[in-house]
Write a protein that binds this ligand. Sequence first.
Ligand code: SF4
Ligand code: SF4
Length: 448
Amino acid sequence: MSAKSAYKVVTFSGGVHPDYDGKDLTRECAITEAPLLDQYQVIVHQNIGAPPKVIVNTGDEVKKGQVIAEANGFVSVPLHAPTSGEIGKPIEVPGPMGTNVPVVVIDADGKDEWGELMPPIDWKNSDGDTIKDRIRAAGIVGMGGAAFPTHVKLSPPADKKIDYMILNGAECEPYLTADHRLMLEQPEKVLAGAAILAKSIGVENIYIGIELNKQNAIDTLLAKADEYNVKIIGLKVLYPQGAEKQLIYAATGRKVPAGGLPMEAGCVVQNVATAAAVFDAVVEGKPLIERITTITGTPVVKPGNWKLRMGYTVAQALELAGGVKENPGKLILGGPMMGFAQKSLQVPIAKNSSGILLLARNEVVQYESMPCIRCGKCVGACPMNLLPGTLSSQIESESFDLAEQYNVMDCIECGSCAYICPSNRPLVQHFRRAKAEINMKRRAQQKK
Ligand code: SF4
Ligand code: SF4
């Protein structure tokens, strides 16, 4: 390795090594553009924050990229038509979180005609606000999972100095390879996107963290990184290496304080797919209407990485992958550690749908949860230095105030503790319940 291409290798404490990462199923599968559909069902609320306000009516003609729902407040982004066609009747369909959600229906006209694109921005000579406004206008949210509006993350309060822009290319979730393929196939988009994100907040230190099981992606980005003033960091293969706080610690040695946000450690973290979407928006004037999704699992006939427009359903995506060889035991949107199990194949994919995973029946073993044996394994695995076993006992006895004192709100729901627990305790479910209860209490107190 030449001095120019050298990169440091870092990690964090805690975490787990899943026995099988499933990435061999798709890591060699090049990104394939999905064919056009006759109809798209676009979920209206795809971001954390306020849902956008739908501005089209049944019968309206729309062009590809046209705004179909306007941002509704600062923590909100607009939604754009994934193709040209006619707006259908509004309906509700099963959503990724298990409840029905409203969708905008577009009956495609088959022409796939763009509307007027936004003018390209000369980002090197633009101010930060111009870039942030464009990122917002393009409807960009965190595509690694959280779907938090990107322009909000790029708008820290004036007293918070940001020193580092860190891109997450770890893709530490088992089975997923969409970000890996993106870095291999479109490295300059990722690098330029990183530089644009950094420019928008006036930051000069730009890092991209990549797990060492993607050596070819590391080499590909290293070859061009200097041109964009980006530093590549090798991350040891350990789950959840890509979680924000773990990535910040690994990259900079800084710790985000308990209950705090990355900005309190002077960092902003974005996903590599988000950076590529930022490039499309700023340089090419294109809004976010599609993403790369890994369609995978042993029951899938032809696992692969597909570029899907918003509004493809899980069923239509699985058809692209040749359907299934056997009846699956579980369907997950996302990866097996942090993804969400689905009951319906009619769920449309959204901006944060990184994967569609089918697990075989024999891969989904139904364990019975048993009492905590105080083995402490969960403590060693927790990347947030929490006491998962203690917390789960507190939550079982409904002592939510105590769980709050023991920092349950810092849990990042990575699932490492549940993965390693010999008593098969449903730890993450406990923590989600406690967080919901505590948030409800906080909201009630704010209203008083
Ligand atoms: S307590 Fe939360 S952060 Fe810690 S390992 Fe469990 S799920 Fe991850
Ligand atoms: S790993 Fe499971 S059994 Fe062991 S201490 Fe944690 S919760 Fe209890």
